[in-house]
Design a binder for this molecule. Structure first.
Ligand SMILES: [Zn+2]
Length: 463
């Protein structure tokens, strides 16, 4: 008899990365397709036609059969898309690299689904050769609350943030199993109402398995939230832990960094975060300022919002199509413009151009580190030092009272409300720490097959 099989490839016992597959016969869906990213290590650089094999060997790409193009796997031990007869599709929850960095390696015949907003940004990045490493393939889109059918498997995308590239969770239904996948989960993030709705959909579906983000269950975070690292004493509740704040409260704090300044405000954001960009425009309008971006960030803003942008060229030049189109749709703001009236601008500055600050010395200048590069601690120290040497006041989004992923008591409340038969802690180093009454906690091994046996998700024994 045919049975649904689940296999895990990334996101288990690690705080980043997410990949698992659900297979029924030859039909297969793969949920997210990123790899763990360590900010303290430098990344892999794509070199030649063997890059897919190189990444497989380095463990950066999961060794999944029937997924990668034959022309890239010549002589390699893994069977290619062309060598198998799987009917596969891949679903991307949101445009963070740990969820989608490897989608460009998938054979062109396999559909890769994401939201329309995410696709818009990925294409805009690829137009500048700043997207994921890719064989040069295209992507498909899904819509909120509309099933995508992959043979006998149905996937329901459930939006839980309408901003920027959007965030999604998924309900996966096969003939014998119902699986919920939260992707990144927080009940007090950008749009809590939508996450509550997702919770109700999962509850009403009577899930066999819930894959649940438990990123913040490490000792340090627990200590911070509850004053104790004792996981067993966590009580499920929908309340934000004392002393912590919600995303909305955190954003009120961020607004104070930008607003009410007399001088120039320089910011360094993660360039695909379009909600931040939307806010900069709103605040700038209230303060009668202009938002100005470096060319590559400006291209994303122009493509995403389809609006004219202010660009700070600072000698930037190239002959690419995107850059020419940008110049046709941009107003150029120069260093002289800024020095003349520094209080009229929010100016984007990426870390690679940080020395420009020394040429923008003006009174009362502020630098806001808005979660952009650098991500590693050594470069961050350099950044802070240079900002201060250039005479800017250093401010940052980072605070001790806000965490982006779910607070553990709220995650527990989420699991208790849904009451799946089995919960799999996902996207965190301690999956065994996610527990709820009458819910089985399972920590699966990588590359092993699991299926339902008497209603219990069980490791399949190879005959
Ligand atoms: Zn994530």
């Amino acid at each position: 008899m045919m049975k649904t099989e689940i296999i895990n490839y990334a996101g288990m016992k690690e705080s980043m990365g997410a990949v698992f597959s659900v297979t029924y016969g030859k039909d297969r869906v793969i949920m997210d397709f990123g790899s763990a990213f360590d900010p303290e290590k430098s990344g892999y650089v794509k070199k030649d036609d063997n890059w897919i094999i190189d990444k497989l060997d380095l463990g950066l790409l999961p060794g999944i059969e029937g997924l990668y193009p034959a022309e890239y796997l010549k002589g390699y031990k893994l069977r290619s898309y062309q060598d198998c007869d799987y009917n596969s599709a891949v679903f991307v929850s949101h445009l963070h690299l740990d969820h989608m960095s490897n989608i460009g390696a998938i054979d062109r015949n396999v559909r890769v689904y994401m939201s329309d907003n995410a696709r818009k940004l990925e294409y805009a990045l690829e137009e500048m050769k700043r997207g994921v490493d890719t064989i040069g393939r295209e992507y498909s889109t899904f819509r909120n609350m509309e099933y995508v059918t992959v043979g006998r498997i149905k996937v329901l995308p459930i939006m839980n943030s309408p901003y920027s590239y959007n965030m999604y969770g998924f309900l996966i239904e096969t003939p014998d199993m119902k699986i919920g996948y939260t992707a990144d989960l927080s009940l007090c993030y950008e749009c809590p109402e939508m996450v509550h709705r997702e919770m109700e959909i999962f509850r009403d579906a009577h899930l066999d398995v819930l894959y649940c983000d438990n990123c913040n269950f490490d000792d340090e975070s627990l200590q911070r939230f509850f004053g104790s690292a004792d996981v067993d004493s966590i009580i499920g509740s929908s309340q934000i832990p004392e002393g912590m704040v919600s995303f909305r409260q955190h954003y009120e704090y961020i607004e104070t960094l930008f607003r009410g300044n007399k001088g120039l405000v320089v910011f360094n954001h993660y360039e695909r975060e379009m909600m931040d960009v939307e806010k900069y425009y709103q605040w700038a309008e209230k303060e009668n300022r202009e938002v100005v971006f470096e060319p590559e960030a400006a291209w994303l803003v122009y493509r995403f919002f389809n609006r004219k942008v202010n660009v700070y060229l600072n000698g930037y030049e190239n002959n690419d199509q995107w850059f020419r189109e940008l110049l046709e749709n941009a107003v150029i703001v120069t260093r002289e413009d800024i020095i003349r009236e520094p209080g009229r601008y929010y100016l984007h500055n990426s870390y690679g151009n940080i020395d420009e600050l020394f040429r923008l010395k003006t009174p009362d200048a502020v630098y806001v580190h808005a979660e952009g590069n650098p991500f590693n601690s050594r470069d961050r120290d350099v950044m802070k030092r240079k900002v201060r040497e250039a005479g800017f006041r250093f401010e940052t989004y980072d605070t001790d009272n806000y965490y982006q992923h779910g607070y553990p008591n709220m995650v527990k409340y989420f699991v208790e409300t849904i009451a799946p038969k089995t919960v799999i802690g996902y996207h965190g180093r301690y999956p065994e720490r996610i527990t709820a009454a009458n819910v089985r906690t399972l920590v699966p091994d990588y590359y092993k097959k699991y299926y339902l046996k008497n209603g219990k998700l069980t490791e399949a024994v190879e005959e």
